[in-house]
Design a protein around this ligand. Structure first.
Ligand code: ADP
Ligand code: ZN
Ligand code: ZN
Length: 665
């Protein structure tokens, strides 16, 4: 018998299986998906068995024996191996990258196999008294639906849409309890920024030692130990960021993805997988239920829920009686007309003054998401968009405006096409500038600023948050990092400056991201005893994302957004694959771009392929960046095109000297 073994050597050219013979004593133990040790040149390396065969295409004298095989468990190792296949097939990259994503332990060896594994909570002596909380009526209904399906052996994907503070976590906990009772295990994904000890504690109180957690600040050895504890059955619940999805539980019953709309669930390294899709796939492979929770579901997931692909569960009320803040939208065009050219509107100025006089706290959020370069008019709010794609164009240094969706290029003229004002240009809003403005306007005010400049290192933001929480400052100014998850009871005013910036990003998801950011930002205000208020400053007060966020009306937003997307064939109605091409030489980018485009068109002449165009960020660390955008109504055809391109770039007459990165959007 022979085995085709994939060995991780990190060389793209060798990204293929090698043939080994199976010695008699290992027959039956060497199965597809099982980890083995094999001789490779002078070294002994670890690999994965891709397939087993009774014939070899290689001369017997050339094949070497497999040295040893790890015990194989079909439900954990087998399921994860199938998942690696899905990740490779869908997102591209090398098979090696897919394998080391799904089996991070492959990167290093656990030495002493029987030692005592480390527990991250060991030294913390956390309380484990189980809080007795009764579910309210809404929560009970959600949990009952899940229980009924689970007991009937139905495994589904659920979309749990619950307003902030509605008690989604408590529902998750009840579902996990149920699954554990039946001898199964659960994975809980939480976005990295929300993976605080305080959040993990909420689960620890219920499940104690049966819970473990991983995060990116842990050492690889510590993370490996937690996976090993799961494999041994020492724990039943794993909490972590997207990589926790690959926990080798033997009998996985439930995967929860909290804040499923968060973009941090999309990997930024190849394979650029989307954790929500991979979670759904793992659910299918393992026969596990999947719960996607959010107050602001991604348009994609909600579309599936509307479609009936996912089961919709809703929580419309806050569990405690806290009221949502009062939200005001301020039209900055009006301010300009009234002669106010500063960053603070009259309304916001007076609101800040009022809060300071009452010794309450204020947060100011400067929306700086996305790339610079979009051009808008301060007088009428008009944004220059591509006439074919309805996304903002961006101004490049060559003086032209570009569309990254279709490659359209037009000359930039400093005059608004709709109102002819000269006050048109790229918008900038700096945290430092607003800090100076606040200090000048409110003498004696204590200000903290949180942005990339003031927070070096992974824990750099902590002292700032602690100081603000202890009321050592009156105003906290920051970028998106102050918006999500924080709970400062003293804050009664949230001011959003330049709400438009995230709206004007040249990306079809701009409105979705803006809705989410604004809703979360408003939610920071009035969490304590005093009622809260939020003020949103914008040049486009009529925009539907801004209006819906101010009203907290997700359905209104979703309806407008989906009608726009279906009109433009954007996801979920059509699919897109962006191909990034990087090289130290600009010519090579273009050459490779044209080559890949030709290959894709040849593979499928119905595909729409735009480009190669310069990327929004045209150069990073001396590497030029170009991109192609491929569109089609089905994802399968895009995957096919990507595979054709994958093969073609390895061809001997393919252009050299440029790298390719794929990203499904
Ligand atoms: P979400 O995750 O939906 O934003 P949380 O799970 O954080 O909401 O719950 C918000 C707050 O309400 C928490 O302090 C939680 O302990 C409390 N809570 C949730 N459900 C109940 C309940 N049934 N009875 C009392 N308090 C509850
Ligand atoms: Zn104008
Ligand atoms: Zn266009």
């Amino acid at each position: 018998m022979y085995a085709h073994v994939y060995i991780k050597i990190g060389v793209t050219k060798l990204d293929r299986p090698f043939t080994y013979s199976i010695p008699a004593e290992l027959e039956g133990k060497v199965v597809p998906g099982c980890e083995v040790r094999v001789p490779f040149g002078a070294r002994k390396l670890r690999g994965f068995v891709v397939s087993v065969d009774d014939q070899s295409d290689i001369d017997d004298s050339q094949t070497k024996d497999i040295i040893s095989a790890k015990p194989f468990d079909a439900k954990s190792d087998g399921a994860l191996f199938a998942l690696a296949g899905f990740v490779h097939e869908r997102y591209g990259g090398t098979f090696g990258q897919a394998l080391s994503t799904v089996f991070p332990s492959m990167a290093g060896e656990t030495k002493n196999k029987d030692r005592k594994l480390k527990n991250p909570f060991e030294k913390l002596s956390l309380p484990t008294e189980r809080p007795e909380i009764e579910l309210n009526e809404e929560q009970q209904r959600v949990v009952d639906t899940f229980f009924a399906d689970y007991d009937a052996g139905e495994r589904r994907v659920y979309m749990l849409k619950g307003v902030t503070g509605s008690g989604k976590t408590l529902c998750y906990i009840r579902m996990i309890e149920k699954v554990i009772e039946q001898g199964q295990q659960a994975i809980v994904l939480i976005p990295e920024i929300a993976l605080t000890l305080q959040n993990i504690m909420r689960f620890y109180r219920f499940f104690g030692e049966r819970v473990s957690a991983i995060n990116s600040r842990m050492t690889p050895a510590m993370r490996r130990d937690q996976f090993e504890r799961a494999r041994r059955g020492d724990i039943s619940v794993m909490i972590g960021p997207r990589s926790a999805l690959f926990t080798p539980f033997k009998n996985l019953g439930l995967i929860i993805v909290d804040e499923e709309h968060e973009t941090s669930y999309n990997s930024e390294h190849p394979p650029k997988y989307h954790a929500v899709d991979v979670a759904v796939e793992r659910g299918k492979i393992n026969g596990a239920s999947v719960v996607l929770g959010s107050a602001t579901p991604s348009v994609n997931s909600y579309y599936h829920a509307m479609n009936g692909d996912y089961t919709l569960l809703t929580l419309d009320k806050r569990a405690k009686d806290a009221a949502l803040p009062k939200v005001t939208v301020v039209d900055m065009r009006e301010e300009l007309r009234n002669g106010n050219r500063s960053m603070l509107s009259d309304t916001l100025f007076h609101a800040i003054k009022d809060r300071l006089s009452r010794h309450e706290q204020v947060m100011l959020f400067i929306n700086r998401r996305g790339v610079a370069g979009t051009v808008s008019c301060r007088e009428c709010g008009q944004v220059i968009k591509c006439s074919h794609c309805d996304v903002p164009m961006s101004l490049h240094r060559d003086g032209f405006l570009y569309c990254h969706y279709c490659g359209e290029r037009i000359v930039f003229r400093r005059e608004c096409p709709s109102c002819h004002s000269k006050l048109i240009g790229t918008m900038r809003a700096g945290t430092e500038k607003i800090e100076n403005e606040i200090i000048r306007n409110f003498p004696g005010v204590r200000v903290l600023r949180m942005d990339a400049d003031t927070t070096k290192g992974p824990d750099g933001f902590r002292p700032i948050l602690l100081a603000f929480n202890a009321h050592e400052a009156d105003v906290l100014i920051g970028t998106q990092m102050i918006v999500k998850g924080h709970d400062f009871p003293g804050v009664t005013l949230m001011g959003v400056l330049a709400a438009d910036l995230s709206l004007n990003v040249p990306d079809y998801t701009a409105a979705e991201r803006t809705y989410d950011l604004l809703l979360q930002a408003c939610g920071r205000s009035g969490r304590g005893e005093n009622a809260g208020e939020a003020i949103i400053q914008t040049y486009q007060p009529e925009n539907y994302a801004i209006r819906a966020a101010a009203a907290g009306d997700y359905k209104a937003f979703y309806d407008e957004e989906t009608s726009f997307r279906s009109l433009m064939d954007y996801p979920p109605f059509g699919h897109m694959l962006s191909v990034l091409i990087t090289s130290r030489e600009e010519d090579k980018c273009i050459e490779m771009g044209k080559y890949v485009k030709a290959v894709m068109k040849q593979a499928d002449d119905k595909l729409f392929v735009a480009g190669p165009t310069v990327s929004a960020i045209s150069k990073i660390k001396d590497e030029y960046r170009y991109e192609l955008l491929v569109k089609d109504s089905t994802i399968e055809r895009l995957v096919k095109a990507r595979k054709a391109a994958d093969r073609a770039v390895l061809d001997s007459n393919a252009p050299k000297g440029a790298d390719i990165w794929y990203d499904f959007t």
